[in-house]
Design a protein around this ligand. Sequence first.
Ligand SMILES: [Cu+2]
Length: 320
Amino acid sequence: MPAFRIHSPTVGPSSQAGAGQPKSACASSGTALALSGFALALFTTSVAACRPESRERSDREAESRPIDTSKAIMLTAIDYAFDAPEAIPAGWTTFRLVNRGTQLHTAQLVRLEEGHTLSEFLVAYEHAWRTIGPRPKWGKRMGGPGAVEPNGSSNATMYLEPGNYAWYCPMNIEDGVPHVFGKGMARPFVVQPPESPTPKRGPQSTLVIQLSDYAFTLSAPVTAGRHVIKLENVGVEPHELGLIRLAPGRTLEDFRAWARDFQGPPPGQVLGGVNALATGAEAYFEVELTPGNYVLLCFVTAPDGRPHADHGMIQGLRVR
Ligand SMILES: [Cu+2]
């Protein structure tokens, strides 16, 4: 019964069921119910509410099941707009961004807190961008599928609480003006409370990359194959992970040279990754890695107005 290991690794199937559990009307009427009450007590502070056993079981199954990244919500980018649902249910959600435009596009996710609207956010964000000033704290960056070339796709999985959100595209390599400002490439949406229990666990990851000020730390050497990569922002500033597969014979230095003025095609394939994540946030993305040389980079703007890549947040990665 792996369900009992999820929220507390110390609680295995052989543990004394019911030992130390809070007393409740539900938990005292038999072994099965005692287990239900015990599992419930692991992630709720109150067991006063007594629900039918079948409902408790379906909740528990949903909570212990890892999320399925094959069930994605589609986002389509064109030059210069998003097509995306207006409302989605809360919980772990995988988004797949498909680029149907002629330029590089990305889908940055922002949560609009304290009742703020997308128009308020765009005004405050554009002011911050023009003045290299602080961005509004109520606009919390929460990831989203990273940049992709025309006809490409990227994906990202995040946990969304109910609230107001928006997508926007900060890409600016044509003329230096982010698509979100110059071309209005932004779209709001609402996350509604879920109608049924949702998994509490994220996907099972094959690799963890910690984002800090200003470095990437990988949990293990990377081997070829399909990966579900978990990103954790353990820094103070927001960070992202952009992933590029270098063309054969091209180097990290070639990429740096290209990223100085973005002239001509990139020296490799832009594979997505996950957009800026606020401090403490986490997200996942799925990618098929073939043997070769890759670049990891973060283009979030530092307080001094320079991209994090200029502070060292760009590194090569060899996949064997
Ligand atoms: Cu960064």
